[in-house]
Design a protein around this ligand. Structure first.
Ligand code: NDP
Length: 479
C-alpha cells in the first residue's frame, strides 16, 4: 500500500481534504505514493499562511537572518544529497548519480542567493531640485507562487525559492503531479533550517485544479512558473488579469551548430550529452544539431558511435547514464514524434521503445534522426525526449538562419576554432544563453532565461531577484 503524502502549510503537515492522485515510478511503472489534490480552500489556506508569515515578521527579518537561514538550508540540501537524489530518481527517473549531483549543485545556488540577502542596496539620486535628498529602497513583494515542473523538481524549486526568500518574500510551491516527492522532502529541510512557519508552504495536486487555483488567488503577488510554453501563456494571462509580475522559464528547441573547423571529437560528445541527459527532458536540450555539410557524414559517425555507448537502464545503478521517460503519456508522445519523421528523414539510431528487463518502464534509447529539414514537426516542436534532429547546412549564413528559424529562444551553441566566427555567431543567435565550444553549462552567478516564446525574466545572477522586489523612491525636502 503506497503511503499518502500531505500538504505542508504554516510549518505543519496537513492531510488533504479532497481527492488524491497516484505518483508512479517511471522505471517500474508501479505506484510510489498517493498525494492529495489541493483544493481551492487548501490553496487559500496556504496563501493565507504565507501572507501571515510575511506580515507577521518575515518581511522585516534583517538581511543577516535571511542569509543565515539560506546558508543553513544550502548545507542541509548538500548534506542530504544522497537521499534527495534517491527520492528524485524514484520519482522521475533521472539516474541517481545525476540527481545527487543536482542536489549538490543546487545547494550552491542557495548559497549564492544567501549572499545577495544583505546586498540588495538602493541608490541615492542626485536631483536637479535643491535642498532635497532622494533615495531608493527595494522591498519584497509579498507572496510568491512557484509552479514547478517534474524534470528537475528540486533544483527548479530552489532556483525560484532562493532568490525569492533572499529578497524577503514568503511563498507557496506547487510541485508537478508527476514528481512531488523531492519537494515534499525539501519542506522538512526548510523547517529544519529554521525558516519561520508559513514562510514556505507546499500544496500538491494537479496543474489544472491546484495550480490554476494558486495562480488565480488574489493573495498571490508574483507568479514564478517553469514548464511548457502553452501552460506558461495561460499562467501569464491569469497574472495579467491581476496585474501581477510573472517570471516564465519555458520550452526550447535549441540549435547546436558545428562548423568543419571545430574539435569534432569534443563536439560529438557534447552533442549527445546536451541532448540525451535526463532522457532529453530538459528545456535546454540541444535538440537540433546543425552540421556543416562538408563534415556531415564523418561527424555523424562520431555522434552515433558515442550515442550508441550510452548506458540506458535502471537509474539507481551507478553506471546508468540515461533512465526512463517520466510517464507513459510522454513515452507515447516521443514515439509519435519519431514516427512522424520516418517517411521524410532517416532514423540513424534508436527510435523504438526498449523491452526485455526494461519493458515495465518508459524507456527509449538515444535516437538520432538525420536528413531533417527545419520545417518538419520534429525540428519545430519541443519533444522532451532523447531525440536528436540533425540538419545539414552549407555556410555560416545558412546556419544562423536555421538556428533562428524557431519560435523558441532559450539556448544555442557554436562549435568552431575561429575566434571571430565564434563571436559573430554567438551575437547572431537569438537566445538567452549561447555556449561556445560547450553545452549545458548553467551557473548560479550567470543569468539564464529565454528570448521569444522561451520565457520572460531570468534565473541565476542578480537579475533573478528583480521580479521578487519592488522599488520605492523616497523624496525628502530638506529645510
Ligand atoms: P506543463 O507546462 O503542463 O507543467 C508544468 C507545471 O505547470 C506543472 O507543475 C503543472 O502541474 C503545472 N500546471 C499545468 N497546468 C497548469 C495551470 N493551468 N495552472 C497552473 N499550473 C499548471 O508541462 P507538462 O508537465 O505537461 O509537460 C508538457 C511539455 O512541457 C513537455 O513535454 C515539455 O515540452 C514542456 N516542459 C518544459 C519544461 C521546462 O523546463 N521548460 C518543464 C516541463 C515541461 P501538473 O504537472 O501537476 O499538471
Amino acid at each position: 500500500m503506497a503511503t499518502t503524502t500531505k500538504h505542508f502549510v504554516a510549518g505543519e503537515w496537513r492531510a488533504g481534504a479532497g481527492a488524491s492522485m497516484t505518483d508512479v515510478n517511471p522505471t517500474s511503472g508501479k505506484p510510489l505514493a498517493e498525494f492529495p489534490i489541493g483544493t481551492a480552500e487548501e490553496v487559500d489556506g496556504a496563501v493565507r499562511a504565507a501572507r501571515a508569515a510575511f506580515e507577521g515578521g518575515w518581511r522585516d527579518a534583517t538581511p543577516n537572518v535571511r542569509r543565515k537561514l539560506l546558508l543553513k538550508l544550502a548545507q542541509l540540501v548538500a548534506d542530504n544529497a544522497q537521499e534527495l537524489g534517491r527520492i528524485a530518481t524514484d520519482d522521475m527517473g533521472m539516474p541517481w548519480a545525476f540527481t545527487m549531483g543536482e542536489a549538490i549543485f543546487t545547494a550552491e545556488y542557495v548559497e549564492y542567493y544567501a549572499g545577495w540577502a544583505d546586498k540588495l542596496d538602493g541608490a541615492t539620486i542626485p536631483l536637479s531640485a535643491s535642498n532635497t535628498l532622494d533615495y531608493t529602497v527595494h522591498e519584497p513583494r509579498g507572496v510568491v507562487a512557484a509552479i514547478v515542473p517534474w524534470n528537475a523538481p528540486l533544483s527548479l524549486a530552489l532556483w525560484r525559492a532562493a532568490p525569492a526568500l533572499a529578497a524577503g518574500n514568503a511563498m507557496v510551491i506547487k510541485p508537478s503531479e508527476l514528481a512531488p516527492l523531492p519537494i515534499l522532502r525539501l519542506m522538512d529541510l526548510i523547517a529544519e533550517a529554521g525558516f519561520p512557519p508559513g514562510v514556505v508552504n507546499c500544496v500538491t495536486g494537479s496543474g489544472s485544479e491546484t495550480g490554476a487555483s494558486l495562480v488565480d488567488h488574489p493573495g498571490v503577488d508574483v507568479v514564478a512558473f517553469t514548464g511548457s510554453t502553452t501552460t506558461g501563456r495561460r499562467v501569464a494571462e491569469a497574472a495579467g488579469r491581476r496585474l501581477i509580475p510573472v517570471s516564465l522559464e519555458l520550452g526550447g528547441k535549441s540549435a547546436n551548430v558545428v562548423f568543419a573547423d571545430a574539435d569534432l571529437d569534443a563536439a560529438a560528445v557534447q552533442a549527445c550529452v546536451g541532448c540525451f541527459v535526463n532522457t532529453g527532458q530538459q528545456c535546454i536540450a540541444g535538440s537540433r544539431l546543425l552540421v556543416e555539410r562538408s563534415i556531415h557524414d564523418a561527424f555523424m559517425e562520431k555522434v552515433t558511435a558515442f550515442a550508441r555507448g550510452f548506458a540506458v537502464g535502471d537509474p539507481m545503478q551507478p553506471t546508468t547514464q540515461m533512465g526512463p521517460l517520466i510517464s507513459e503519456r510522454q513515452l507515447d508522445r516521443v514515439l509519435d514524434f519519431i514516427g512522424s519523421a520516418k517517411t521524410d528523414a532517416n532514423i540513424a539510431l534508436g527510435g523504438e521503445r526498449l523491452g526485455g528487463d526494461l519493458a515495465d518502464g518508459y524507456f527509449v534509447p538515444p535516437t538520432v534522426v538525420t536528413g531533417v529539414r527545419n520545417d518538419m514537426r520534429i525540428a519545430r516542436e519541443e519533444i522532451f525526449g532523447p531525440v536528436l534532429s540533425v540538419i545539414p547546412f552549407a555556410d555560416e549564413a545558412e546556419a544562423i538562419a536555421i538556428a533562428n528559424d524557431t519560435d523558441y529562444g532559450l539556448a544555442g551553441g557554436v562549435w568552431t576554432n575561429d575566434l571571430s566566427r565564434a563571436h559573430r555567431v554567438a551575437r547572431a543567435i537569438q537566445a538567452g544563453t549561447v555556449w561556445v565550444n560547450s553545452w549545458l553549462a548553467v551557473n548560479p552567478q550567470a543569468p539564464f532565461g529565454g528570448y521569444k516564446s522561451s520565457g520572460i525574466g531570468r534565473e541565476g545572477g542578480r537579475e533573478a531577484i528583480d521580479v521578487y522586489l519592488q522599488t520605492k523612491n523616497v523624496y525628502v525636502q530638506l529645510h
